[in-house]
Design a protein around this ligand. Structure first.
Ligand code: MCA
Ligand code: AMP
Length: 501
């Protein structure tokens, strides 16, 4: 414990003292400033109570100092942090508030208007972040490592996203594994361009940087030209992103003048490591990026429930199309359809995971939690093969999970929403391979008699209901959906249709 602070990440931050912690659009902040603001946020949240005792605190802030101060303030006050997505429409935000039974909602002033319709909910206290960090500090509760720390929503094979609960111990293990494997130090400086409601942005980039006393430079959102500009202007050592972002950066490089290209490529030379993950990195992107930047991307494999599991080596060969070996403290095995461990190399099986990195439970869903484990191993649903000491991901064992832009998306969730459209009778949503997005969300629909529907109309309607990254970007009206003899929609046929179209 340091100065009454029991959360390891924040206690360490105090020790980093006057070092530069964060750079955002509004300024630069030291570790001491960050912890000071978090303490005041904690006091504002506690409002005289001694401990939030795992109350769920949802928060909606843009990337930057305020986001971190609120996340840490929630932890210091003993609450569970529930980060909300800045691009989610109201129904998705309302779902998270309801599912977590959030007791407090904290927001930046820029979102206060948008959140207005949600504020009358019984039992929900609303606070502007700017009001919280004016509170005078008060004594903090002792927060033990087994306490629930965070709930992140992830889409799965059920229609609605599930809340993945991690404890402080889980988070500490997740961060330590990455710091050890990728040799983070206080001399590192990372550019943060990822959303802050998922593991990749929260753990791999933000928490690892702040654990080690490094500098985290945060952009409000990803923009390819801005990233290239920062590569040139800042003393960056690290960059981490999803394959779609590398594809966009390649496109921006290709669109630059020859002199610009030379300058952009040169800017990458000062960095020590560039990482790709959240979705399969196409070998063509791996190779193009190497040609442009001189960096051999380190591809790793993760999941909200486990954070990171497998990684190509920092030192040693990084193989294209492979995700490497288990991270420190993580145990991985492959099992066949009967759940029996596969020992033979070259035989495909489902990845199962054990370790302190593995999440505690799905929030409020004991049956789903029980189904997700098998003899104490977490069942990932991803199929892989071990080849010559390196794991290769072959895909998921469900056609209803789509990966687009690094986001995991449930086809069933989108179908459920589309079925409420007055023109839609039946529908099937599929993911179709795409060079930029990995997969694209495509919808095949059968219309109600007498109706018409264009993609633009569908997207305008969907924008109010589902996140931008879940909205179908292709639409096919069909007379009937293809079915098998059992009457079940044959999604592979629909995928083929879109792929060939
Ligand atoms: C946006 N659009 C999309 C997607 N996102 N279309 C298909 N698939 C998508 N994923 C559409 C929008 O509807 C919009 O259409 C247009 O593209 C531009 O949207 P915009 O928001 O401007 O896109 P962007 O900001 O350029 O976003 C691209 C992005 C973003 C930066 C690649 O998708 C992103 O930040 N992805 C990272 C996600 C991530 O961090 N995943 C980690 C979770 P219109 O113009 O009509 O409005 S996975 C994880 O945490 C695990 C543990 C792991 O392994 O890492
Ligand atoms: P999510 O739970 O949204 O974070 O998504 C996790 C899923 O992303 C995993 O179950 C995998 O299917 C996929 N994934 C993450 N990293 C990789 C990778 N390097 N290659 C292939 N798939 C990946």
């Amino acid at each position: 414990m340091v100065d009454g602070i029991t959360i390891p990440l924040i206690a360490r931050a105090l020790a980093h003292d006057q070092r530069l912690a964060l750079i955002d659009d509004a300024g630069q902040y030291t570790y001491v400033e960050l912890v000071g603001a978090a303490r005041r946020v904690a006091a504002g949240l506690l409002a005289g109570q001694s401990d939030l005792a795992e109350a769920r605190v949802a928060f909606l802030l843009p990337p930057g100092f305020g986001y971190v101060a609120v996340q840490w303030g929630i932890w210091l006050a003993g609450g569970i942090a529930v980060p909300l997505c800045t691009t989610h429409p109201l129904p998705e935000l309302a779902y998270v508030l309801e599912d977590t039974a959030a007791g407090i909602l904290v927001a930046d002033a820029e979102f206060a208007g948008k959140l207005q319709p949600l504020l009358g909910r019984p039992g929900l206290r609303f606070a502007l972040a700017s009001d919280l960090w004016r509170a005078p500090v008060q004594a903090l509760p002792a927060v033990e490592s087994e306490r629930r720390a965070m709930i992140l929503y992830t889409s799965g094979t059920t229609s609605k996203p599930k809340g993945v609960v991690s404890t402080h111990r889980n988070i500490t293990a997740q961060v330590q594994a990455l710091i050890t494997a990728w040799e983070w130090t206080s001399q590192d400086h990372i550019l943060h361009v990822l959303p802050l409601h998922h593991t990749h942005g929260i753990i791999n980039v933000l928490a690892c940087a702040l654990w080690t006393g490094a500098v985290c430079e945060m952009l409000p959102h990803f923009d390819a030209l801005e990233v290239w500009q920062r590569f040139s202007a800042s003393d960056l050592t690290l960059f981490m992103a999803v394959p779609t972002i590398y594809t966009r950066l390649i496109a921006a490089w290709e669109g630059a003048t020859p002199a610009g290209q030379v300058q952009m490529s040169r800017a990458c030379a000062k960095m020590r490591l560039m990482v790709s993950g959240s979705a399969a990195l196409p070998v063509s992107v791996f190779e193009k990026w190497r040609a442009i930047s001189g960096h051999t991307l380190l591809e790793r494999y993760g999941m909200t429930e486990i954070s990171m599991g497998l990684s190509n080596p920092l030192h040693g060969e990084r193989r294209p199309g492979m995700v490497g070996q288990p991270l420190p403290g993580v145990t991985i095995r492959l099992v066949d359809e009967t759940g029996k461990e596969i020992r033979a190399t070259g035989q495909a099986g489902e990845i199962e995971v054990q370790g302190e990195n593995v999440f505690l439970e799905y929030w409020g869903r004991p049956e789903a939690t029980a189904r997700a484990f098998h003899d104490g191993w977490f069942r990932s649903g991803d199929v892989a093969v071990l080849e010559d000491g390196y794991y290769r991901i072959l895909g998921r064992n469900s056609v209803d999970i789509i990966k687009s832009g690094g986001y995991k998306i449930s086809a069933l969730e989108i179908e459920e929403t589309l079925r409420t459209h007055p023109a839609i009778g039946e529908c099937a949503v599929v993911g179709v391979a795409d060079a930029e997005w990995g997969e694209r969300v495509c919808a095949a629909v059968v219309l109600q008699p007498g109706h018409t529907l264009s993609l633009a109309e569908l997207r305008a309607w969907a924008r109010e209901r589902i996140a931008p990254y879940k909205m179908p970007s292709r639409l096919q009206v069909m007379a009937a959906l293809p079915c098998n003899v059992m009457g079940k929609v044959t999604k592979p046929e629909i995928i083929r249709f879109f792929a060939e179209d």
